[in-house]
Design a binder for this molecule. Structure first.
Ligand SMILES: NC(=O)c1ccc[n+]([C@@H]2O[C@H](COP(=O)([O-])OP(=O)(O)OC[C@H]3O[C@@H](n4cnc5c(N)ncnc54)[C@H](O)[C@@H]3O)[C@@H](O)[C@H]2O)c1
Length: 397
């Protein structure tokens, strides 16, 4: 363990609150880092459950007073895991107080909020910002990034990106915050599409030029308002009450477009893909090779090398778990003892500590500037669906 530490204040104690707590707990155990995170304060609205949460995960303090906690002189990094419309207020307060900030994705519920957060981050020159587009740090995705940087894909022709979940196809799922435009900004688009759009930008190193067309649909228009504390998440097992409310976001979205370097792409995000639990990834076809990734098979990257002699060509399954060869794996277990969902979060926490220690991680971390670009793509997809017309990214600022 290194001598330097940074005190973390984490806001939110449900799905992502747990994932990030685990990441801060594990990162300094598995990795040798220039700075180690100290789990100083957990912040949320319900003090009794929060105290239990703090004990379970090892947070030294638990509080409902977010303003005091963010401004506490001992805090160095503020991490925000609240619903999308609740990112901005906490983030702006933290940047004003001179703290480094990590924020969940998408950066915000609206492009306006995201822009304000990005601009505040630019002004707060001493503060580092991070956004939890954690799938970049799944070793198979990081390997795809490396193969692209090695020139193994060549000129990119096609990108097929998808994030398919099926849980919302049941009308019994209550009206949680994810179905509310004010809190979430958008539905499957910001919840799921944001991840694959980030992955595509990251792996290809290219940007979206234009959304040529987009279609979105809300299949179930009303759901039962959950009883209890407003807006509990799917991971919290919200119980349905009686009264119904409107679903104000997309249940599914499809978009097609053009990348700046000439490739064409499609992206699909849905929470109504019955039978698909968490099928998300991409297939990228280039002049020299292709890569295919599906999170339901997260330890493997499929690679097609089109430069090989024809008689040995074919898709190769690369099990990305070789220590010292595949990104992050030297920190964990021997070859073929693969990782799971939580490892990408641990890897991200480790890389954030590297940045805070003045190091440059091998796999780039998205900051607010970077996440704002993904937010512009989300906005363009929404606009295109609404206007039933193409939208050039240059018009979305
Ligand atoms: N990176 C990923 O893979 C990933 C996965 C899921 C969710 N997310 C993102 O994480 C964020 C949270 O999602 P989640 O699934 O953890 O949601 P959740 O509903 O499980 O948890 C949200 C937490 O925020 C708290 N909260 C809500 N309003 C608050 C307020 N006004 N003040 C203080 N706390 C408040 C809730 O009490 C809860 O603890 C969202 O931005 C979501 O898009 C990211």
């Amino acid at each position: 363990m290194s001598a330097k530490t940074i005190n973390v204040a984490l806001i939110g104690q449900k799905f992502m609150g747990r994932a990030h707590s685990n990441a801060y707990l594990k990162a300094p155990r598995f990795f040798d880092l220039p700075v180690n995170p100290v789990m100083h304060t957990i912040i949320a609205r319900d003090l009794s459950s929060l105290k239990k949460f703090a004990d379970r995960w090892g947070w030294a303090n638990a509080t409902t007073d977010w303003r005091e906690a963010i401004n506490h002189p001992e805090i160095g990094l503020v991490d925000v895991t609240t619903p999308n419309n609740k990112h901005k207020e906490f983030v702006l307060e933290a940047l004003k107080a001179g703290k480094h900030v990590a924020c969940e994705k998408p950066l915000a519920a609206t492009l306006d909020d995201a822009r304000e957060m990005r601009d505040a981050a630019k002004k707060a020159k001493r503060c580092k910002t991070f956004v939890w587009y954690n799938y970049r740090r799944v070793p198979a995705v990081a390997t795809a990034y490396q193969l692209a940087r090695e020139g193994r894909l060549g000129r990119i022709y096609h990108v097929r990106a998808y994030y398919l979940q099926g849980w919302a196809s049941s009308p019994d799922i209550p009206l949680i915050w994810r179905f509310d435009k004010e809190q979430a900004g958008s539905g499957s688009l910001g919840d799921l599409g944001a991840h694959v759009i980030d992955m595509v930008r990251f792996v290809t190193g290219d940007e979206v030029e234009e959304i040529v067309g987009s279609i979105s649909e809300t299949f179930i228009k009303e759901r039962t308002i959950p009883s209890g504390v407003g807006g509990a998440g799917i991971a919290s097992g919200a119980k349905a009450g009686g009264k119904k409310g409107k679903v104000t976001v997309d249940d599914a979205v499809h978009a097609i477009g053009r990348m700046k370097q000439g490739g064409i792409f499609s992206v699909e995000a849905t929470r109504f893909a019955t039978g698909d639990e968490n099928k998300h990834g991409f297939e990228i076809n280039g002049e020299k090779g292709s890569v295919f990734f599906n999170f339901e098979d997260l330890n493997n990257l499929y690679y097609y090398d089109a430069t090989l002699p024809v008689h040995v060509r074919g898709w190769t399954k690369i099990q990305t778990s070789v220590p010292g060869v595949h990104p992050y794996q030297a920190a964990y277990w021997p070859t073929a003892h693969p990782g799971g969902y939580e490892h990408a979060f641990v890897n991200q926490a480790a890389d954030m500590m590297r940045v805070l220690g003045g190091e440059k991680p091998e796999i780039p971390l998205p900051d607010f500037d970077d996440a704002f670009e993904t937010q512009r793509v989300l906005e363009a997809i929404e606009l295109s669906a609404k206007q039933q017309a193409p939208v050039k990214l240059s018009t979305v600022k």
